[in-house]
Design a protein around this ligand. Structure first.
Ligand code: OKP
Ligand code: ZN
Length: 331
């Protein structure tokens, strides 16, 4: 399987995670995640690794609002060294404010610091998604992109939840060159509140997640009613068997819409030992094998795209399990 690995993610090293309002919590979205996931994949299947150096500025501009992209570029360029930038002001009325106070127009959470290397890394992650999608357009075969930072919380003009650009919908845009209907299936622990904004009739969004009102992104229940978004919540203490039964329902309903390609937003943070969870699941490593088997049912090409997963010591085992379940029987 072709695996697209962004190279510039190493320059993105967030340190402060104030998203629980508590200083001193180490940031979980660490560079080591990518190599850990890759090691697990390479132990399960033969990997055709493609290092990605490019930045998907054009694709990102086509997906996100111009003032949002311009703001991130300008803010990123203003930072030096290891400075960790977090917004101090919040509101939609900051257009005239100094550059350092405008982030609050685009962000509702203080867990996503920006450093000098962050925006190049985010554009490079989007490029990995785009390159993987182009590979699927050319070959009609499954591909994988180890995007970091992740993307599913990034909206048209909104960052947060460790995400800046919506890698999955960057991939969707590229896939639509060949595939008329592209379903996005998101199995990250969290609802992709950014992805909700991009869902459409030809690119519906399906997600299985922890209750998004009681877990990040702490969403307003009424705002969950979005066209072309099919949302399923698992119980707070869900076990592997119950989770996989729900996952089968979600995946089958996505496949019932007869997509020509599928993008899987793959998060490993559903693992019970992942420290990101507000409510603990009971999933174990072996459950990712079952999940991989379910996704392998897709009769169309599948793009596997990394979202969350923060128990770094277990990530290789999780990705190994997933790919071991997924790869057999796919050409
Ligand atoms: C990003 B992705 C809970 C803190 C939540 C933000 C979580 C972002 C998750 N204790 N902080 O969907 O994996
Ligand atoms: Zn997550």
């Amino acid at each position: 399987m072709r695996v697209f690995v962004p190279r510039h993610h190493l320059g993105h090293r967030p340190e402060l995670d104030l998203s629980d309002g508590l200083p001193g919590v180490a940031h979980p979205e660490v560079p080591g995640r990518v190599d850990a996931v890759l090691a697990g994949v390479a132990a399960a299947v033969s990997v055709d690794r493609v290092d990605v150096e490019s930045q998907a500025l054009r694709a990102v501009r086509a997906l996100h609002d111009a003032d949002y992209v311009d703001f991130l570029l300008e803010l990123g360029a203003s930072l030096t060294g290891a400075t960790q930038y977090l917004p101090a002001m919040f509101g939609s009325d900051l257009r005239e404010a100094p550059l350092r106070h405008r982030a609050g127009m685009y962000c509702r959470e203080v867990g996503t610091p920006i450093t000098a290397g962050t925006v190049p890394a985010a554009l490079n992650a989007a490029s990995a998604a785009e390159q993987a999608a182009r590979s699927m357009v050319e070959t009609g075969e499954d591909a994988m992109a180890l995007c970091r930072p992740p993307g599913h919380h990034a909206g048209r003009r909104r960052y947060g939840g460790y995400c800046f650009f919506n890698n999955a919908y960057v991939a969707v845009s590229a896939l639509r060159q060949r595939f008329a209907k592209v379903a996005v299936v998101d199995v990250d622990y969290h609802l992709g509140d950014g992805a909700l904004e991009f869902a459409g009739e030809a690119f519906p969004y399906y997600s299985l997640h922890a209750d998004p009102c009681a877990n990040y992104p702490y969403w307003d229940r009424a705002a969950l009613q979005r066209p072309h978004a099919h949302l399923t919540t698992f119980p707070a203490d869900v076990c592997g068997a119950a989770y996989l039964a729900l996952a089968a329902t979600v995946i089958d309903s996505a496949l019932a819409a007869a997509p020509d390609a599928l993008v899987l937003s793959l998060g490993f943070d559903t693992l019970g030992s992942d420290g990101i969870q507000d409510a603990k699941t009971r999933l174990v490593v072996e459950d990712f094998l079952g999940l991989g088997r379910l996704v392998a049912r897709a009769p169309c090409p599948v793009l596997l795209l990394l979202e969350g997963g923060y128990d770094v010591r277990q990530l290789a085992a999780c990705s190994h399990g997933f790919v071991s379940g997924f790869a057999p029987g796919r050409s």
